[in-house]
Ligand binder design. Structure first.
Ligand code: 5RP
Length: 246
């Protein structure tokens, strides 16, 4: 019957969700345990996976005394856990940055910004001696676009979103959409008061070149492409293991 099918579907969906949550936790715990040392300045990004990393840092606080230089979104999380809050003025160079990703390819090129935050995350990652990615098995790809179907997020100055969309579509192909709020009441506004374009790309060979070219378009603030930035990625796998890519 329909209700039976609904029940079965509901059950399997929640089982899959539980498995993904467990995988996020495994990746986050493993990344913290293997990359954070006593008295280090640690940067964290945003998203659901990073919550587990902050949990782990809080568990180890007595032992490790990590200092955290944080994005505004993570502030509350840090304070709730009794961790030390800092910023790039006091700690312009971080020892380690840990963050989630929407997709990670075989070369450790990332798509980030699915949650709307990418510029501040890139600043944190770019000013860290070591940038470590944490993700569940659904983010693990050989090439970008294999798993993540929503495209590359690009943060733009609001007045420029139409010309930037046109230039990207013309020069690089694919489809560019302004990200709308779930309510559809208006565009998503970022932590820097900008808009986000989602570029559904086709057939990109060289992400480094494309990233640089997009960044040169007037009005582009930052892209969600993280090229040659991550040193390691920790994936929590379906079988309960952790896969490390270097
Ligand atoms: C936010 C991000 C996140 O790191 C990315 O979306 C992953 O999030 P999650 O850990 O919830 O899967 O870039 O814009």
């Amino acid at each position: 019957s329909l209700s039976c099918c609904t029940h079965v579907l509901g059950f399997s969906q929640s089982a899959a969700a539980n498995m993904a949550e467990e995988a996020k936790k495994l990746a986050a715990y493993s990344a913290v345990d293997n990359n954070v040392q006593n008295n280090q300045a640690v940067g964290v990004g945003s998203g659901s996976t990073i919550v587990y990393a902050v949990d782990r840092l809080a568990q180890l606080l007595g032992e490790l005394k990590p200092m955290l230089s944080l994005l505004p979104q993570a502030r509350q999380l840090i304070l709730q856990h009794g961790l030390a809050l800092s910023d790039l003025e006091r700690h312009p160079e971080l020892d380690v940055a840990i963050d989630g990703a929407d997709e990670v390819d075989a070369q450790l090129t990332l798509i980030k910004g699915g949650g709307g935050c990418l510029t501040q995350e890139k600043i944190i990652a770019g000013n860290s001696k070591c940038f470590v990615v944490i993700a569940d098995y659904r983010k693990d790809s050989s090439v970008l676009g294999e798993q993540w179907k929503k495209g590359v997020p690009i943060e733009v100055i609001p007045m420029a979103y139409v010309p930037v969309s046109r230039v990207i579509a013309k020069r690089f192909g694919g489809e560019v959409n302004l990200r709308m709020a779930v309510s559809k009441a208006g565009p998503v506004v970022t932590d820097n008061s900008n808009f986000i374009l989602d570029w559904k790309f086709e057939d990109v060979q060289n992400w480094s070149e494309v990233n640089t070219a997009i960044k040169m378009i007037p009005g582009v603030v930052e892209t969600g492409l993280f090229v040659n930035m991550a040193e390691r990625a920790y994936f929590g796998m379906e079988d309960g293991s952790v896969k490390v890519r270097k």
